[in-house]
Design a protein around this ligand. Structure first.
Ligand code: COA
Length: 327
C-alpha cells in the first residue's frame, strides 16, 4: 500500500508584472534581476482572491484524478496568506468546492509548507484511514511586500497549485525528510505584532509591520545548505534512486549550486522561476503540474521535491510518479 499523486492542477493570477514594470517603481534593472535570480516576470493578484485561485487549481486536480469530490476526506492548504485569518483557506476551498464532509486545515511552514502539508496528509491518511486527500499550496505574498524595497519586491509572486492524494497499490510517496531551526537572526520575517486593544503599549510595535523583511545574503547561505542537505539525505534514504528534482524556486543560482554540489545535472532540475518568481508554498505544486503537462515528468520517474524557507524550515520527499504521460 502506498499514497500517490493521482491529479494535479495550478492557477495563476492574470496580471503579469515583468522586470520592466519593477524598473518603473524601484531602482532596479531587468539585467540585474535576471543575472542575480533568473526571474523575468511574476504573476500578481489584482482582482482575484487567493480562494478563487486555490479552488480552481483544486478543481483541475480533481478533474485529472477523476474522483468524486465528495470522496475527499481531508483538505490541507499550505499557506500563510489566506484571504481570511479564520476560517482557514482549506475551509474556504471546501465551501467553494461544495465538499459536504472533510477535515480542512491550513499549515504554515513558509516556502517549505507544501512539503510539510504532503507529509502531514500522508500521516493523517494512514492514521485516520482516509482514502483521498486534497493538498493545496497557495500564497498571496504580494500583499506583504514592501514595494519600495528593491531587495525583496523583485523576488516574489502569487499563485496556487494543488494535488489529489490517494491510497492504493502503487508506491507513490517514498522517503520523507523534514527539518527546522530557529530563525535567531530574523533573516526572513513578516512581523504581525501590533496594538490590538486600547491598553497595549504601541511603542512595542514594529514599524515595518505586515511587510516581508529579509536578509538576502544570510537566507541565500541557509538555502544553499538546506537544499544540498535535503538532496543528500533523500539520496541516502532512498538508495540513490532519485532521477529528477523539483526544487523550491527562490533563486536560479541556488538551484545551480545544488546541481553542482549534488552532482545531478542541471537539466534534471525542473526550473520555472523565470515565469513566476518565488510563489512560496505554491511553488512546488505549480512546478509539479507544469513539469508533468510539459512532458518533463514521466510515468515511473523517481523524483524528489525539495523545499526551504521561513521558520527556518526545510525538507523534501521522494515520489514515484504514477500518472500516465501527459504528452
Ligand atoms: C536577494 C538576493 C537575490 C541578492 O543577490 P546578491 O547577489 O546576494 O546581491 P547582494 O545582496 O550582495 O547585493 C548586491 C548589490 O545589489 C543591490 N541590489 C539588491 N537588490 C537589487 C535589485 N533588485 N536591483 C538592483 N540592485 C539590487 C544591493 O543593494 C547591493 O548593492 P550595494 O553593493 O551597492 O550595497 C540573494 O541574496 C538571494 O537570492 N537570497 C536568497 C533569497 C531567498 O531565497 N529568499 C526566499 C527564501 S524561501
Amino acid at each position: 500500500m502506498g499514497i500517490s499523486i493521482i491529479g494535479c492542477g495550478h492557477k495563476m493570477p492574470k496580471f503579469v508584472a515583468t522586470n520592466k514594470h519593477l524598473e518603473e517603481i524601484v531602482d532596479t534593472s531587468n539585467e540585474w534581476i535576471i543575472k542575480r535570480t533568473g526571474i523575468k516576470q511574476r504573476r500578481l493578484i489584482t482582482d482575484e482572491t487567493l480562494t478563487e485561485l486555490a479552488t480552481q487549481s483544486s478543481k483541475d486536480a480533481i478533474d485529472i484524478a477523476q474522483i468524486d469530490k465528495q470522496d475527499i476526506g481531508l483538505v490541507i492548504a499550505a499557506t500563510f496568506t489566506s484571504d481570511t485569518s479564520t476560517p482557514a483557506l482549506a475551509s474556504n476551498v471546501q465551501k467553494e468546492l461544495g465538499i459536504e464532509r472533510a477535515i480542512p486545515m491550513d499549515l504554515s511552514a513558509g516556502c517549505t509548507g507544501f512539503i510539510y502539508a504532503l507529509a502531514t496528509a500522508k500521516s493523517l491518511m494512514e492514521s485516520l484511514d482516509i482514502e483521498t486527500a486534497l493538498v493545496i499550496g497557495a500564497d498571496y505574498i504580494s500583499k506583504y511586500l514592501d514595494w519600495e524595497d528593491r531587495k525583496t519586491c523583485v523576488l516574489f509572486g502569487d499563485g496556487s497549485g494543488a494535488v489529489v492524494l490517494k491510497r492504493g497499490e502503487q508506491k507513490g510517496i517514498g522517503s520523507i525528510y523534514l527539518n527546522g531551526k530557529p530563525d535567531v537572526e530574523e533573516v526572513l520575517v513578516i512581523n504581525d505584532k501590533q496594538a490590538t486593544h486600547p491598553w497595549r503599549d504601541a511603542k512595542h510595535d514594529d514599524k515595518r509591520i505586515h511587510k516581508l523583511a529579509m536578509k538576502g545574503a544570510e537566507v541565500y547561505e541557509f538555502a544553499c545548505g538546506a537544499i544540498v542537505e535535503t538532496i543528500n539525505k533523500l539520496k541516502e534514504m532512498s538508495g540513490s534512486q532519485i532521477k529528477k528534482i523539483i526544487p523550491h524556486q527562490a533563486n536560479g543560482r541556488i538551484i545551480r549550486y545544488a546541481s553542482i554540489k549534488s552532482k545531478i545535472p542541471l537539466d534534471n532540475f525542473y526550473i520555472n522561476i523565470q515565469k513566476y518568481a518565488n510563489t512560496s508554498a505554491a511553488t512546488l505544486p505549480i512546478a509539479i503540474d507544469e513539469a508533468w503537462k510539459e512532458g518533463w515528468l514521466k510515468k515511473g520517474d523517481q523524483i524528489a521535491l525539495v523545499g526551504f524557507g521561513a521558520g527556518l524550515t526545510w525538507g523534501g520527499m521522494t515520489i514515484e510518479w504514477n500518472l500516465p504521460n501527459f504528452v
